[in-house]
Write a protein that binds this ligand. Sequence first.
Ligand code: RFL
Ligand code: PHB
Length: 394
Amino acid sequence: MHTTVGIIGGGPAGLLLARLLHNAGIDTVTLESRDRAHVENRQRAGILEQGTVDVLRSAGVGDRMDREGLVHDGIELRFDGRSHRVDFPSLTGGRTVMVYAQTEVVKDLIALRSEDAGPLLFGARALAVEDADTDRPLIRYLHEGREQTLSCDYVVGCDGFHGVARQAIPTSIRTTYERTYPYSWLGILAEAAPVYDELIYAHSPRGFALASMRTPTVSRLYLQVDNGTDPADWPDERIWDELDARLALSGDAGVQLTRGAVSGKAVLPMRSSVTEPMRYGRVFLAGDAAHIVPPTGAKGLNLAVSDVTVLARALVQAHGSDSAELLDAYSDTCLRRVWRAEQFSYEMTTTLHHDPAHSPFETRLQLSRLDRLAVSGHAAAELAENYTGLPIDY
Ligand code: RFL
Ligand code: PHB
């Protein structure tokens, strides 16, 4: 089998890239190791930047998002018994974000893909990418119990952090910059009205808490927990009591933690990681295959979208005109934006979490930083600009 662009991974990055290339008349084959139900139901991110919303709309995949997504104008920061709302539109010249779950973006992209009848193979696991530095790279993969090969003009690794595409870049030119954190998140979905109109990011001596949402009747809630925590040690009542203590909501009008049926209890480790370069020969990396951010800045899904938007444009140029100018610039163009998001995610994470190795001095620094965000328009504007997302061509 031969295709113009072979895509490994049917997460948001791979599915959106296939859609953007399909819209430009370029054929693709997407290989996804898991089955459709698994890919559609993986609980992950929930916040779409303005630029992500714009890309999904212009790709023709924004109808349900526009009907069901919730536009958000800000976030609420809680610390030291105080609360402060960061108002995005007034700080950024009108930008907002959208609450619309990654699961729904993925379902919308797969549904469209099925209508287009484009080849999207579930249960197809890539084993290796070969001949990356030739003009016919190929993917060896396992599908329906048989090993097969897909020959391509270009290969794109959208296969997430544990994928195989990254290994096509020789170790002699590949560098991974990494950091782990001394805490994880325990996340739940709850059949309960959201705590408040906005997301609440809470700094507390007991550890970080985040009150997010999926719909007007479903909450998504997170608690900082120790690395290695077993979710079984957190019965529902313990989670609700801890959320109550960390969010410290009592007495606020319009803010209430409603308890409801809990599902999807899971612990997620926190990691920062960037692999450079994001291209070798005719093999390109996009999304989590190239970089991971801790979720505190809500950047992971949005970076996947900006990578493939830049890459689609470059592949369209190369396909139509034989100019490799944008392809040659792909890695540097993406990495500038990636490192900005890495720095922002690191700062949000280290400002809001309780680090067990920290002394009261560092806690005072965190509180001073949060106070600065509350009193200085400049400081708040920096947060708002990064949170709502920098331009794709940053
Ligand atoms: P994905 O979504 O991981 O998709 C990669 C796809 O590749 C498939 N795959 C392979 N297919 C074929 N052959 C192989 N050898 C393959 N190896 C892997 C996988 O099955 C999968 O379908 O990466 P992509 O598309 O780059 O999208 C990135 C986002 O998913 C990610 O950045 C965010 O979801 C990160 N993230 C979160 N971000 C937030 O902003 N807020 C969150 O609350 C949040 N929660 C999360 C997350 C990431 C998580 N992971 C990856 C562990 C929670 C989790 C559990
Ligand atoms: C989510 O709704 O899952 C979510 C929101 C904001 C974050 C991380 C996760 O920073």
